[in-house]
Design a protein around this ligand. Structure first.
Ligand SMILES: NCc1[nH]cc(CCC(=O)O)c1CC(=O)O
Length: 325
């Protein structure tokens, strides 16, 4: 093992925390996630005063343009990082999918919690599956990754952008603006909207984004105690899986300006990973998968690196703007 990590154990050398403030976005999903972390911390440290500081980010405010055009994933995390930096909060809870692949100087991804269902979900009021949609039906998604698979498999469908938080997206569907929408199953399940899922999309070909369904907790690097306090919340299978996925994405530029999917599963030392890079029209695709025994974060990252190299050898970099070829 190249790294020593402690899991599910009380960091006994350290006194329990007295007060912890969690920075969170204010969407219903973000608050559910922050409350989940608060409840886990309260269970671990019953004496600790755990508070949630809700805030609005630029990513929540800009709803009229594609995320890929206005600055990408970082838009959802910058305000939370500012709160960590000036001491208003001790930790920030994020959907790991929204956390940039390279952490900014001074910040750490201190903890990765157990993953929800990582699949994409088909949501519709009138149709049971993608296969049932008629020619010209409008499907809502702003994810270039989802769009590329849909356009490759169902060229007769019309893909339209869909932004906003989960409740906004669901109400746009319910108002009839779309015949169907594609969302991460994890968010729907967390908000008690599982019954709205018509079909869970299989990992092949609907491979999710790196980190989808997992929660990440960010802290300042200069506060190692907080990392220690959070360490019992880490989930090892999830940590290994997302370490491989995030390595693939990092090697390929880590932006959401390109259709990029990476999904790994770790079970009893065996890791499997599947990844693709595609053109938005779905006409070009590089696909790679891998298998390895993984018993450390470093080994997970090594598998991710080999998958990224495989994709690059197939010409994936030609599909990606600004990546080192
Ligand atoms: N890109 C936005 C985003 N970030 C995290 C989730 C859902 C929850 C998750 O994947 O953890 C979503 C919505 C979606 O993709 O439908």
């Amino acid at each position: 093992m190249s790294q020593t990590l402690s899991f599910n154990s009380f960091p006994s050398a350290l006194a329990a925390p007295k007060r912890l403030v969690i920075a969170s976005r204010e969407s219903r999903l973000a608050m559910w996630q922050a409350e989940h972390v608060r409840d886990c911390l309260k269970k671990l440290y019953p004496e600790c005063d755990v508070q949630i500081l809700g805030m609005t980010t630029r990513g929540d405010q800009i709803l009229d343009r594609a995320l890929s055009k206005v600055g990408g994933k970082g838009l959802f995390v910058k305000e939370l990082e500012a709160a960590l930096e000036d001491g208003r909060a001790d930790l920030a809870v994020h959907s790991l999918k929204d956390v940039p692949m390279v952490m900014p100087e001074g910040f750490d991804l201190a903890c990765v919690m157990a993953r929800e269902d990582a699949r994409d979900a088909f949501v519709s009021n009138d149709y049971a599956s993608l296969e049932d949609l008629p020619k010209g039906a409008i499907v809502g998604t702003s994810s270039l990754r989802r769009e590329s698979v849909l356009r490759a498999k169902f060229p007769h469908l019309e893909i339209q952008p869909l932004r906003g938080n989960l409740d906004t997206r669901m109400s746009k569907l319910d108002r009839g603006e779309y015949q169907a929408i594609i969302l991460a199953a994890a968010g729907l399940k967390r908000l008690g909207l599982e019954s709205r899922i018509q079909a869970l999309l299989p990992y092949d070909p609907y491979t999710p984004a790196a980190g989808q369904g997992a929660l990440g907790i960010e802290t300042l690097s200069k506060h190692p105690n907080i990392r220690q306090w959070l360490s019992p919340l880490n989930d090892l299978p999830t940590l290994y899986a997302v370490s491989a996925e995030r390595m693939v994405s990092r090697q390929l530029g880590g932006s959401c300006e390109v259709p990029l999917a990476a999904h790994a599963v770790w079970d009893q030392s065996q890791m499997q990973i599947r990844s693709f890079v595609a053109s938005v029209d779905g006409k070009a695709i590089c696909l790679a998968s891998g298998n390895a025994v993984v018993q450390s974060v470093a080994e997970a990252e090594a598998l991710g690196l080999s998958v990224a190299k495989d994709l690059i050898a197939q010409g994936a970099a030609n599909l990606i703007p600004n990546v080192n070829k």
